[in-house]
Design a protein around this ligand. Structure first.
Ligand SMILES: NC(=O)c1ccc[n+]([C@@H]2O[C@H](COP(=O)([O-])OP(=O)(O)OC[C@H]3O[C@@H](n4cnc5c(N)ncnc54)[C@H](OP(=O)(O)O)[C@@H]3O)[C@@H](O)[C@H]2O)c1
Length: 265
């Protein structure tokens, strides 16, 4: 799995497909989609139009909360493939655990079988807390290979990262730029950016890579797409990494979506 991917939330229809084709031309080789973004058709269209061979692109989609029942989950994955016009996904995730509904074990069993059937190469989850992951392990013996979670300097998830690492689960950051919120004006990061002659977004993305996690920034601008990929020609010092990690806030989530409570269908 590429460590840097391209987020596709809000990229829909023809204009969305144009942006995603551009991202592929700019070098992105991972596309992050979801049933609930209502853009699997758009992503499939962009892949078909891009002239990049299918096997060079790592394609992710996600199972919505309303289809956690086993048979519905299998059918939903097939429908996702039909919409994308693909034969397989590289990665399919359970989008949210929805613990009050408590059906994510059933969804996980469906993903395990979807992998056996060849619909998906790898299976993972998104927004899962340690307690949810431990339940998957206990019930099925199979742990996800990826946990995609909210992660940016104001919400840096030290405990979740540690748990994932100890269980050989790759942590992948969603909203790695904090959805372009106040973090892009953060003085501590601005100072580090000036020193390295890089932009604030590049420093943030580099910090995430040096934490050992994957990133999927979204941008509708070709210039910013390129900027977000140009993060492999410099290193942050351990002190700089710590300074950014220390920006973590108790209420640092962008939209207060706590997976222990928040549910999405
Ligand atoms: N699993 C989940 O529950 C979940 C939840 C949320 C998101 N995601 C995934 O994660 C992806 C990324 O998260 P996100 O889209 O929420 O937020 P993000 O990538 O942190 O930020 C996107 C915002 O940052 C701006 N931006 C991007 N690069 C920039 C740069 N170099 N300089 C200044 N502004 C920049 C974009 O504007 P422009 O487009 O105008 O450049 C956009 O407004 C999503 O697209 C989606 O695939 C998953």
């Amino acid at each position: 799995m590429p460590t840097v991917g391209f987020g596709t939330y809000k990229l829909n229809g023809t204009s969305g497909a144009n942006v995603i084709v551009q991202a592929l031309q700019n070098g992105y080789r991972l596309l992050d989609a979801a049933v609930n973004y209502e853009n699997e058709g758009t992503v499939g269209q962009a892949i078909a139009r891009s002239f990049v061979p299918r096997e060079e692109i790592f394609v992710t989609s996600k199972l919505p909360g309303r289809h956690h029942r086993y048979q519905e989950a299998i059918t939903t994955i097939q429908e996702s493939l039909f919409r994308m016009q693909l034969d397989y996904f590289d990665l399919y995730l359970i989008h949210w655990p929805n613990p009050k509904e408590d059906l994510y074990l059933e969804a996980w069993q469906a993903l395990i079988d979807a992998q056996r059937f060849g619909l998906v190469r790898s299976i993972g989850v998104s927004n899962f807390l340690p307690e949810h992951l431990l339940r998957l392990k206990k019930a099925t013996g199979v742990l996800p290979v990826v946990n995609q979670v909210e992660l940016h300097p104001y919400w840096s998830q030290p405990e979740q990262r540690k748990f994932d690492q100890e269980h050989q689960i790759v942590t992948q950051a969603w909203s790695p730029l904090g959805r372009a919120n106040a973090v892009l004006q953060e003085p501590v990061i601005k100072k580090i950016a000036q020193k390295h002659h890089k932009t604030v977004p590049q420093i943030i993305l580099r910090w995430e890579l040096q934490l050992g996690i994957g990133i999927i920034p979204k941008s509708s601008s070709t210039g910013r797409q390129k900027e977000n990929l140009a993060v492999f020609d410099f290193d942050l010092s351990p002190e700089e990494v710590t300074q950014i990690t220390n920006l973590d806030q108790a209420n640092g989530r962008t939209k207060n979506q706590d997976p222990a409570i928040y549910q999405e269908f």
